[in-house]
Design a protein around this ligand. Structure first.
Ligand code: TA6
Length: 316
């Protein structure tokens, strides 16, 4: 089984405006839509789209969770969330215009998780995760959620023999790396914050991927948005360039990428190069679509054929 864990679930409120968002002007909304928000839930959508069994877990608020749960059901995602009483699942605002330059995303902190809710999630993982299950942690924990609690979740998965896939930032990324994850995918800002400086050239990216391997990460990826990613595994390093697209809504592209990696690795753990090709293709395809979660895999082979993968280094 694959588990996706969203500690800070969200409902995305998508506001479409025709002309570019402008200050000191009435920016009239053309249409309003709702979609699933929260990074690991988007991973579940990709998996379910590919008929890969998975369960979305994490925390949801008691109020307004029906919309989120029904959207997950529409995408055939099975869910088993810890519901926290008296709280409201947050709404993220995503503003999309016709400029082709991507979306604006405005998020809330999310409700504070009680110790009792945290312990319920620990027990859920303890009771359900089995050896070699992928368990995906993606997205920022809600404010007030401690690194120690995060560590407890990761260690629970490890103690059951599960394989951690983590897309996190700041101190949560640092903690994840300490837990020998199977895969991590910091983006440009997250790696800059982790390393303490911007990475300039291919060699600097390779050096950071190598350091992650030395710390026990099996598949290390640094994603660079529309520029693609660097990936390292088994002492091999690649630079991956996606096809050029007219960006409609970049919200959720990183999550579609993680979903693609998990889906492809679940089929064949050894074929990391094909996996990153697939993940890059669906992330690029997602950018052309209005929604936050991936609505279709239409023509995916064509997109995959247009991904460029260049081998850039190998350790002796
Ligand atoms: O990556 C897109 C997305 O999952 C949105 O759907 C949105 O709700 C947001 O990210 C949540 O991000 P966060 O880091 O706050 O968990």
């Amino acid at each position: 089984m694959i588990y996706t864990v969203t500690l800070n679930t969200a409902i995305d409120r998508l506001l479409y405006v025709k002309s570019p968002l402008t200050r000191k002007k009435n920016n009239v909304i053309d249409t309003i839509g709702y979609d699933i928000g929260g990074k690991a839930t988007h991973v579940s959508v990709v998996l379910s789209k590919m008929n890969i069994e998975n369960v979305a877990t994490g925390f949801i608020g008691e109020h307004n969770n029906a919309l989120l749960l029904s959207m997950l059901q529409n995408h055939h995602v099975n869910s088993s969330f810890i519901m926290q009483k008296g709280c409201r699942t947050r709404e993220s605002i995503v503003i999309i215009d016709d400029s082709g330059n991507g979306s604006f995303m405005i998020t809330e902190h999310g409700f504070e998780i009680t110790e009792a809710s945290h312990k319920k999630l620990v027990s859920y993982l303890q009771e359900n995760v089995e050896k070699d299950d992928f368990v995906v942690f993606a997205g920022s924990p809600p404010s007030g959620y401690s690194v120690d609690n995060y560590k407890e979740l990761l260690q629970t998965v490890k103690s059951k023999g599960g394989l951690l896939i983590v897309d996190a930032a700041k101190e949560f990324l640092k903690e994840a790396i300490k837990q020998n994850p199977y895969l991590i995918k910091p983006n440009e800002d997250e790696i800059k914050e982790y390393v303490g400086k911007s990475l300039i050239d291919d060699q600097e990216y390779i050096d950071e991927l190598k350091k992650m391997h030395q710390k026990g990460v099996v598949v290390a990826i640094i994603s660079l948005g529309k520029k693609g990613c660097f990936i390292g595994f088994a002492q091999q390093y690649f630079k991956v360039t996606p096809p050029k697209v007219k960006e409609v809504n970049d919200t959720g592209c990183g999550d579609a990428f993680v979903g693609g990696m998990v889906a492809a690795l679940a089929k064949d753990k050894k074929d990391v190069v094909s996996s990153v090709r697939f993940a890059t293709a669906i992330s690029a395809l997602k950018a052309t679509q209005k929604t936050s979660s991936l609505p279709s895999l239409h023509n995916i082979q064509d997109w995959m054929d247009r991904v460029q993968i260049e081998r850039i280094g190998e350790e002796a």
